[in-house]
Design a protein around this ligand. Structure first.
Ligand code: AMP
Length: 366
């Protein structure tokens, strides 16, 4: 079986290893941070991502390298690629790390997005109108690095504001049309080296303060919407000759999907697949990067995932809820930090809602 290196040693890496061990694989992690949820399961190499000699040693004896977060420097991946195959390839990272490049890429592929513009100048909105959202092109996540703009005066104030938040120049910002969406949905797709592709059902995502709190899969999604999402994911994966799990986040507006962003990795909105699908997103990612056939993405019920953010609920209470699958990431509680999640796999939406109500008795979700 394969020796797999993972860049990033957070909870996603941990869940990758947990899925890969039954298949006989070995893991090794590389993460500049010293504390690591994955470190309990495998060697953790704590070096800077720019440390080329550490990267070369890390690559020795590995069959393949993958990553679990999309802000891995592209140069790190390009350097590793000289010694060991890395999936998804650096080009996928390049597209996903910059919101302007990413949205332009969607546009080239005919995938609808909100209107957007970069290189903003005082008082100019390039026909985007108000309200609009001003974002940093790079490094924003969980709602960080963005402000809503309601007027030209706001925009004039917003440019220096965003610069202050991020230290970026205005050319490093993107202005987007504000979408009054009905729902936020994501699709998790996977493709292997033999170009086999599979798709999980669309997931409905609910955020608070820009952070994912609740995901529901197997709910009220039309076959047409599912087909649309799969077509978009297929187009992205084929264009990049993609290998691994890919996630695309959408806004649903008037029955259409607008792509907001993509992540070249396993995703928080797919954690329910561990218990709720025949093959989890983590196992399918491991299968894809290790050149194996993909597993079925069929769901086993109506699934819900509650994120534990900042603090833990009464663990005993949660464990007493029938069907609760509790995952703790071995991370110290801290504001806005994802430290665990709970998954339910139920026969219908009504039963799922009941379980979520039970969680709400001891945990503030929204
Ligand atoms: P992002 O960092 O792009 O994922 O944005 C974080 C969250 O901000 C999204 O999940 C949406 O809830 C909201 N958001 C981002 N862009 C827009 C937009 N153009 N219109 C409306 N809401 C947005």
């Amino acid at each position: 079986m394969k020796k797999i290196g993972v860049l990033g040693a957070g909870q996603l890496g941990r869940m990758l290893a947990l899925a890969g061990y039954p298949l006989g694989h070995r893991f090794r992690f590389f993460d500049s941070a010293s504390d690591s949820p994955a470190g309990l399961l495998a060697d953790h190499w704590a070096f800077d991502y720019a440390d080329t000699s550490a990267l070369e040693k890390f690559a020795q004896g590995l069959d393949v390298v993958t990553y679990e977060f999309e802000n891995v420097p592209v140069e790190t991946v390009r350097h590793l690629e000289k010694f060991v195959p890395v999936y998804p390839s650096a080009i996928a990272l390049e597209k996903a790390q910059d919101r302007f490049v990413e949205k332009s890429f969607f546009r080239e592929l005919g995938i609808p997005t909100a209107k957007f513009s970069n290189g903003l100048r005082s008082g100019q909105t390039d026909g985007i109108g108000f309200p609009a959202v001003l974002k940093t092109r790079r490094m924003g996540y969980d709602g960080k690095g963005q402000v809503v703009i309601n007027s030209e005066a706001d925009l004039d104030n917003g440019l220096p504001l965003a610069k202050r938040i991020s230290g970026y120049e205005t050319d490093d910002l993107i202005l987007e049309e504000f979408i009054k969406f009905e729902r936020e949905l994501s699709i998790i797709a996977v493709r292997n080296k033999s170009r086999e592709m599979k798709f999980y059902p669309l997931i409905e995502n609910h955020h608070r303060d820009g952070i994912l709190r609740l995901s529901i899969a197997g709910g009220d999604v039309s076959a047409e919407l599912q087909k649309q999402a799969e077509e978009y994911a297929r187009a992205v994966m084929n264009a990049l000759d993609y290998v691994g799990v890919l996630t695309i986040e959408f806004f649903e507006k008037d029955g259409r999907l607008l792509a907001n962003e993509m992540a070249p990795r396993v995703h928080n909105s797919g954690h329910w697949t561990i218990e709720g699908s025949i093959t989890s997103q983590f196992e399918n990612h491991v299968r894809a990067v290790s050149d194996a056939p993909l597993g079925s993405t069929n769901p086993l019920g109506v699934c819900g995932m509650v994120n534990l953010v900042g603090n833990l609920p009464d663990v005993e209470f949660i464990l007493k809820i029938e069907g609760a699958h509790l995952h703790l990431y071995d991370k110290a509680p801290r504001a806005k930090r994802k430290i665990g999640h709970i998954t339910f796999v139920e026969k219908d939406m009504q039963s799922l809602q009941k379980k979520i109500e039970q969680v709400k008795e001891v945990y503030e979700l929204f």
